[in-house]
Design a protein around this ligand. Structure first.
Ligand code: FES
Length: 175
């Protein structure tokens, strides 16, 4: 849910969202110097940093909005765009590159219809590319939902994507 105008906590109509923001405010009310932790909590909840929440936190914790943005833009872990439920990070470091990383990235791009840096329309997948995931011995490598997959082939990638898609379909069917 998004709120376009400046709001206060009382204006949040989604109960779950309201409770999450209240918890973040409660956690940090007396230590507003810990902006990184606040931003991490917001991103954990939303998968990105919605501008209306940053505005709200700024006012409630009396932290200048400019200070919040300067921290958020400094660290690459923070995103201002809504991300998908499943984040796929493909590696394009040297070891992965020579072992076919670009081919796998292109395969995933084609399968999902998105390029690195983009999110599928149904908000299920985001695709990201980094220069090394630190496990070059098992190149080519990708991470999906915090799990590392190595020694990848197109066949393996296909299997992993299908498993995630099937579990999503099952979840959808059970609702
Ligand atoms: S180059 Fe891919 S994990 Fe290091």
């Amino acid at each position: 849910m998004g709120y376009k105008t400046l709001i206060t906590i009382a204006d949040i109509t989604n109960t779950e969202e309201k409770m999450a923001i209240e918890q973040i405010l409660k956690n940090y009310h007396n230590e507003n110097g810990n902006i990184i932790s606040i931003l991490q909590d917001i991103q954990d909840h939303y998968n990105f940093l919605p501008s209306y929440v940053l505005n709200l936190i700024s006012r409630e914790l009396k932290i200048p909005l400019s200070k919040i943005y300067s921290v958020a833009t400094f660290y690459t872990q923070f995103s201002f765009n809504e991300k998908g439920k499943h984040i796929i990070t493909v590696c394009d470091g040297t070891a992965c590159h020579v072992k076919g990383g670009p081919l796998l990235r292109d395969y995933i791009s084609t399968q999902l219809g998105i390029h690195p840096g983009e999110t599928t329309e149904d908000k299920l997948f985001s695709l990201e590319e980094v220069s090394c995931l630190g496990c070059c011995a098992i190149a080519p490598v990708m991470i999906i939902d915090d799990k590392i997959h190595g020694s990848l082939t197109v066949r393996k990638v296909n299997k992993i994507l299908n498993t995630v898609k099937k579990s999503e379909a099952a979840e959808e069917g059970s609702q």
